[in-house]
Write a protein that binds this ligand. Sequence first.
Ligand code: XUL
Length: 509
Amino acid sequence: MGYFLGLDSSTQSLKGLLINTSNGMISAVISVSFGNELPEYRSPNGFLPDEDPKIRHANPLMWLDALDLLFRKMSEARWPMSEIQGISGSAQQHGTVYVNKQFGELLKDLNPEVSLAEQLRPGLARKSSPIWMDISSGRECELLREKFGARLRKDTGSNAAERFSGPQIMKFARENPSSWAKTDQVHLISSFLASVLAGENMPLDYGDGAGMNLLNLHTMNWDSGIAEFTAPELLKKLPRCVPSNSLPGKLSTYFAKYGLTSKIPITVWSGDNPNSLIGCGGAAEGSAVISLGTSDTFFGSLSALSQAPENYGHVFGNPAGGFMSLICFANGSLAREQIRKQCKFSWEEFNRAAETVKPGKCLLLPYFAPESTPVVPIPGIHANFNLENATPGQWIRALLESQALTMKLHAELKHPVSSIRLTGGASANILLQQILADVFQAPVYLGESSESAALGAALRAANSVEKIPFGVLTEQFCKIQTVIQPSAEQSSIYDKALINYQQLKQQFL
Ligand code: XUL
């Protein structure tokens, strides 16, 4: 019984959260915003701006500086660092970090007097990392589809997806064969950061590993046929993929300078969505989860391996065992933020403006950035109303309702959802909570913490170190605190809006 730390390296920030299994306490979050606190990396939204909207890379050294800064902030805030008994983490999915042979050697011998970024820089075989927003691997996806057809979705849980790691690795190996030859390991962001904590190369878990188009979900091993086609020698360069409750490492002595106890266990890290599934109490089959972050995602636990919906769905490992389904929408918080800035509103003014507009009338295809569901490679905004003369309220209501409608449309639900667990930064928006309840005609549940990825990571650490079952942890840490009931009156309005939304989509795409 005691403290467990969950870290969450998301698109725009690194956060840490503590739980205490002896009294059910969840701490506030301490965070480092990449854009605001590490301006030297010139990544205001967590990635390097590029004229080509299909290219989205981040500097992995930024994540290392963030790790040092976050631990410093935690110890300055007098967190009980020496009492932490285990650590796990969460990272934005699909992003790849390319390291050379030296990386493993450098990790073994980290000097606490020098920063992580400075010491590990020579261990990188590629200066930048493509992240989940990068969709420049269209050609590689075509090659994978031509070669493997429907087998890709059947065996890896997903059609070839531009943002997935396999197509991204293929692109790098094809375009930069000499740098690929120097790559000793291709980490996901989750296993890269876990390796830094443990002072040795760490494996991946089934949750994050399934987001690569490389893991065979029937055998839970790398699919050698797909890996060989993806890049030369890839099988040798992939970390092992292990169950999400594995304890493959112990904390490096480097982190003693922050008051942490060396050699405490490190639970394998996972992706943000699998961690969120755990952190919002959705690990058992039943309720759907909507996470509103930089990306909006719609997911839920699956009791058995089943095929993803025809078009955009994915199947990942569920960290509590079994599988989970997921659909990802790239224009989430950045689109909400963009319209708020355009109107020069606070979040309260944002909601108030939307409340003056009738529901279900104004619809928007808000592709400020390329979209993954449906695939829209070129950004563009389309609407069923005149955007030039539109009021701020029309823009805002159209955005929020269309974000809910696109989820309902693409979820390809066989049965109506009975309840929704809502999480992520934007889950605090009460208008968005109500719109989601009304569009899905299902109650929306909120837990104590909206930081479900960091919380999920902390719960996984407690589960693997102390062997506390997830059912017990969910009871203790994921209690439902707020319920938003759907309004039956809105049901027919949104049924009609869904048909209109589908037509708008057909007209422009
Ligand atoms: C999921 C996805 C995003 C990232 C970033 O497939 O691409 O949700 O994990 O949050």
